[in-house]
Design a protein around this ligand. Structure first.
Ligand code: SF4
Ligand code: SF4
Length: 739
């Protein structure tokens, strides 16, 4: 070992020791913070499925690849990082000796080739990511960036380190080539040989370059160890765990979509008959009341801003960005952690748990952070502003897009639960809806005995469950379908089509109440459970003696469809629920409904969030429309003019998450934004599959005074016009029809 190698070896060992010590300390701190969360025992079930999903999602980059170029570039960088670790390890042999290399595999041509190829692709990949970050930097003129609010220096730092370490790998190899100590053939390592041709034959160069490479890598480790909230770096380790522990490991995308996470206390679902607010946790009022998976979510955020770029609230000027919400919760959790780890915290009656002696060593900033209300406006110094909390439509675009499976909607609703159930603090206009749900069983407060009024004037009988001898489908009409004028037309259209196709169905009539979706999304779990239990009882009675496969329900409202199909199981109600567009698509494809008259004038389709993203029903409505537009000869999507934001990336109408019942006082109206997009397609018919979307988009069209140009109408009504133009004629809107 020469004198140069003695120095490089000592320096490499010293910086590595410091970095590893700091990294171990950081990991212990992070684990301690995450363990502050509440139990979530269900996350340990299905370990096999979890492991499979984690491997597929990470190795296949299945979620990242939906962002084409970025996904591909990130895959190469990820693989490059893994290979890079081998090359960093190799550098430790090279600081000791200029001819050093990895034992066993070092020297194999195939190792040389693989590392060479991946390093080249890694350089290209990181170059692309840097270019994308620069091009989308928040400070660029014009436009809103997905990186707005992200800690930009951290992103640039991480990317610069990756690039520098990859480049140093070629420099080390280049010095080995130049000094004739390189063991790999030209065909396997052409870039290294090309770099070597440019470098002098300086033997010490290998060890010095290796030291530089180790120094850069260890500086990275030191920086991230000193910044445990640096998700852009830590996600490389945490993402595996976050994906492994996601709520629904078998769901292909958006594990926090569909059903909401039940309300839990100490890891157990809350039973309202026995729950006690002084002993049980009602929603989340303190950051440590999230589950440990919630705290892991916050720690894993990469600050990529994909969620932000798709959020309807953020895109229309509201203060809510799902990314900024997650970052605020993360920063607060880590800043408050020393207080909590010292034994601090409030019990459920609001009393401090720690003694003064326990908290004596904490600094004033930590104590101030611990004192912050989780929800509160700027004056109250809250972590999350109420306007942020109540701007969410629970559309799920954030969850759908998040590459590391963060479950934003669950966290938002958990915070709403406490605000509604304990603080009674929510937008006052929604109080009327909640009162109507409690007193009348529907959000409009309509008399229950008018639930069947929509059947009046139909030229066939709509049987009620009990009166019907037998029925294949229970037609769940929903409150909008029963009481709201436009939605009633959809209900009538569906009933007419089912009758036309010879499907036997029956309704509950006055036995039906609201599914509870608006109450649950707003955070009023108590009202939700009250309504849901009543409905589950009624439905179980209606289907008595039937197997699950023949407990079939068809619903026109995606919110009911989602609640009945995905959430009633939590309360003992297991049913086969389909959306009407699924059933209609089946009836068309099997020839039981035959579209005869093409609907022209151009049709575009708006995906309702609770049908599309939350339940992945994208094709059936398009199949129905395709057949109607083409008079029976259409396939999925044929003849439909798609909006730029469609299917998984569809833009919310603004009504979900009980926003339908709240005023939209900040920013541009979401429904207007969506209507403008629909109108930009030039289509004269905007087809929807949800009564709330119908209301919102109709309001948007009317607000723009565009009623003469565009009609918003349900998919079922479009099909009826094609199948039974005579029956459809009476159900048309005052607005012009297509064609
Ligand atoms: S659910 Fe929708 S509205 Fe709510 S934060 Fe996510 S993207 Fe925004
Ligand atoms: S998409 Fe996920 S990882 Fe990216 S900023 Fe949003 S929450 Fe963080």
């Amino acid at each position: 070992m020469g004198s140069v190698q003695i120095v490089t070896t000592i320096l490499a060992a010293a910086i590595t020791a410091v970095a590893v010590w700091l990294a171990v300390r950081a990991v212990r701190k992070m684990v301690a913070v995450i363990r502050l969360g509440q139990p979530a025992p269900e996350r340990f079930a299905d370990k096999g499925a979890r492991a499979r999903t984690m491997l597929v999602e990470t190795a296949g980059h299945t979620r990242m690849l939906r962002w084409g170029v970025v996904g591909a570039a990130h895959w190469f960088v990820m693989v490059g990082f893994i290979v890079l670790s081998l090359l960093v390890l190799e550098a430790y042999f090279e600081v000791v000796s200029p001819t050093g290399g990895l034992p066993l595999i070092g020297g194999l041509a195939v190792y040389g080739l693989v590392t060479e190829v991946i390093a080249v692709l890694g350089v290209v990949g990181i170059g692309v990511l840097i270019a994308i970050r620069v091009r989308n930097r928040p400070s660029r003129p014009g436009g809103r960036s997905r990186f707005t609010g992200s800690t930009m220096w951290q992103g640039y730092f991480v990317e610069a380190v990756v690039l520098a370490v990859l480049v140093m790998g070629f420099v080390i190899r280049g010095f080995k080539v130049a000094t004739d100590h390189f063991e790999y053939p030209l065909w396997a390592t052409p870039v290294s040989h090309a770099v070597g041709a440019l470098l002098p034959a300086w033997p010490a160069g290998v060890s010095i370059a290796a030291l530089v490479k180790i120094a850069i890598s260890m500086t990275w480790l030191i920086v991230i160890a000193l910044n445990v909230t640096m998700g852009v770096a830590w996600h490389r380790f945490l993402a595996f765990f976050n994906i492994f522990f996601k709520r629904e490991p078998t769901r292909p995308a958006g594990s926090g979509l569909g059903a909401l996470r039940p309300m839990t206390s100490q890891g157990k679902p809350l039973d309202f008959e026995e729950a006690d607010p002084e002993k049980d946790q009602f929603g989340v009022a303190q950051v440590e009341q999230f589950t440990w998976k919630g705290l892991l979510d916050f720690s894993t955020c990469t600050e990529c801003g994909r969620c932000q770029s798709q959020c309807p609230a953020w895109n229309t000027g509201k203060p809510l960005s799902p990314k900024l919400l997650v970052l605020s919760l993360r920063d607060h959790a880590y800043a408050k952690a020393p207080y909590l780890l010292a034994g601090g915290g409030k019990d459920l009656t609001g009393e401090e748990k720690a003694t003064q002696a326990q908290l004596a060593h904490l600094d004033v900033l930590t104590l101030a952070e611990a004192d912050k209300p989780l929800i509160g406006d700027a004056e109250a110094g809250g972590v999350i502003d109420p306007d942020v909390l109540w701007s969410c439509t629970t559309c799920g675009a954030c969850v759908e897009q998040c590459p590391v499976d963060i479950e934003h909607v669950d966290h938002i609703v958990d915070m709403r639960r406490y605000q509604v159930l304990i603080e009674s603090s929510f937008p006052s206009e929604a109080g009327v809806m909640l009162r109507n749900l409690e007193n009348k069983g529907n959000p409009w407060g309509a008399p229950q005995n008018t639930r069947e009024d929509w059947t009046k004037g139909l030229d066939f009988e709509v049987p009620r469950v009990g009166a019907a001898d037998d029925f294949e489908y229970l037609f769940w009409v929903g409150c909008a379908g029963a009481f709201e004028d436009r939605a009633k037309k959809t209900t009538r259209a569906v009933a007419t089509l089912l009758h036309e196709a010879g499907v036997s169905f029956a309704i509950l009539g006055e036995g039906e109440t609201c599914s509870g979706d608006p109450a649950r999304r707003m955070g009023n779990e108590f009202v939700f459970q009250m309504l849901a239990q009543q409905n589950v009882e009624t439905l179980n009675e209606a289907f008595e003696g039937r197997e699950k496969a023949s407990r079939k329900i068809v619903a026109t409202c995606p919110h009911c469809f989602n609640t009945l199909g995905n959430e009633y199981g939590q309360l003992g109600g297991d049913f086969e629920v389909v959306h009407h567009t699924q059933l209609l698509a089946h009836l068309v494809s099997t020839g039981r409904l035959t579209p005869v008259q093409p609907v022209d004038g151009g049709v575009t389709y708006h995906d309702p969030c609770y049908l599309g993203r939350h339940n992945r029903v994208f094709a059936p409505p398009r199949e129905v429309l395709g057949s109607a537009v083409n008079g029976g000869s259409g396939g999925a999507g044929s003849g439909i003019v798609e909006m730029p934001r469609n299917s998984e990336r569809s833009f919310c109408c603004g009504a979900g998450g009980a926003r339908m019942w709240m005023e939209e006082k900040i920013g541009k109206r979401i429904n207007v934004d969506r209507v403008e997009e629909a109108m930009s397609t030039g289509a004269r018919t905007v087809a929807v599959g949800c009564p709330f979307c119908s209301t919102m988009l109709n309001d948007g069209v009317n607000g723009k005074g565009a009623g003469e140009q565009v009609e918003v109408v349900d998919v079922a009504s479009v099909l009826l016009r094609s199948v039974r133009p005579d029956a459809a004629a009476g159900s048309r809107e005052a607005t012009p029809t297509a064609g």
